[in-house]
Design a binder for this molecule. Structure first.
Ligand SMILES: NC(=O)c1ccc[n+]([C@@H]2O[C@H](COP(=O)([O-])OP(=O)(O)OC[C@H]3O[C@@H](n4cnc5c(N)ncnc54)[C@H](OP(=O)(O)O)[C@@H]3O)[C@@H](O)[C@H]2O)c1
Length: 281
């Protein structure tokens, strides 16, 4: 069950928040239209010219566009790059409506940092979505700031539920979630690349290797989703007969300690997040 969303403004409408907007427009969570969105360039704003449910304005042609967009908005979704968040909040802060909910998808920018630039009545929520949101298969985490109440979290949940699944968690665990699902699509692409390369080494053409590997990922993930009562380990055992071929290939993968490798890669990801949050370039 999702909350109906009141007036929404999106400041910075690129890959991430653009995908979220598409998901919201495809569903029925938006109770108030049009959605006011801003972009830097007029060319990006023109993308919405044929969409009557969106009122787009570009900073390039109207430097006041973001202040105008937040006026009357009960929810403000921030979709600019992390380094721009502080300046953007300084620019629009006093135009944000009393009690409005500000939701940011910017990596590494804490609710505390945003709250420091906003009035105390503004409810701040931090979110970490991922790119499969563009096809409705996103996985997002949301964490509330000091003033974020159940209504604010309900709005954030409704926004990200429009493009996938949503997990609510305390903010200290957002970097871990970012390492798992935020960066996760890149880890899966890397696995696909590695399996495709190995497939070519054992006799497949590049096209054959790509088709077989991608369809195997799709099929295996589909079976995991279609069998919620079975663990992935049970599904794996169903393919692994004693003394069979899969037993041999799994033994090689076990020897490579994939769990340890994944843990190390996620810990490196979190370390970098901490460096970025501390202001390192
Ligand atoms: N991509 C991901 O996988 C991902 C995942 C999780 C979180 N995020 C977060 O999402 C945010 C955006 O990333 P993205 O990949 O979507 O970037 P993006 O595609 O470059 O989108 C940025 C948007 O901000 C607009 N913009 C730039 N300056 C502006 C200004 N002063 N006022 C209003 N709009 C302005 C840009 O306009 P133009 O189109 O005209 O340049 C563009 O629409 C980042 O904070 C990132 O941390 C991204």
């Amino acid at each position: 069950m999702t909350d109906a969303l009141p007036n929404l403004a999106i400041l910075g409408t690129g890959n991430m928040t653009g995908a979220i907007l598409d998901g919201l427009l495809a569903g029925d969570a938006l109770a108030q239209l049009p959605v006011r969105v801003t972009t830097k360039s007029q060319a990006s704003a023109d993308r919405f010219a044929q969409e009557p449910r969106v009122e787009a304005a570009a900073i390039e042609t109207n430097p006041n566009a973001s202040r105008e967009a937040v006026t009357g908005a009960q929810i403000v979704l921030l979709g600019v790059k992390p380094y721009m968040i502080a300046d953007l909040l300084d620019e629009v802060g006093d135009a944000i409506e009393p009690g409005a909910v500000v939701i940011s998808v910017a990596a590494g920018i804490t609710t505390e940092a945003m709250e420091a630039r906003l009035r105390r009545d503004v409810r701040v929520v931090r979110a970490m979505p991922n790119t499969p949101s563009a096809i409705g298969l996103g996985a997002a985490g949301i964490a509330g700031g000091l003033a974020a109440d159940a209504e604010a979290m309900g709005y954030a949940r409704a926004i990200f539920a429009a493009v996938g699944t949503v997990v609510e968690l305390e903010e200290s665990r957002i970097p871990a979630l970012a390492a798992i699902s935020g960066s996760g699509p890149a880890h899966v692409y890397f696995l696909i690349e590695q399996m495709t390369e190995a497939a070519q080494r054992i006799g497949m053409s590049a096209d054959e290797a790509h088709e077989l590997v991608v369809q195997t990922f799709r099929g295996a993930v589909g079976l995991v989703a279609a069998n919620p009562d079975k663990t992935p380990a049970e599904l794996r055992r169903a393919v692994t007969s004693p003394k069979g071929t899969t037993e041999q290939s799994i033994a090689q993968l076990e020897a490579a300690d994939l769990a340890g490798t994944f843990e190390a890669s996620m810990r490196a990801n979190i370390r970098r997040n901490d460096e970025l949050a501390a202001g390192s370039a």
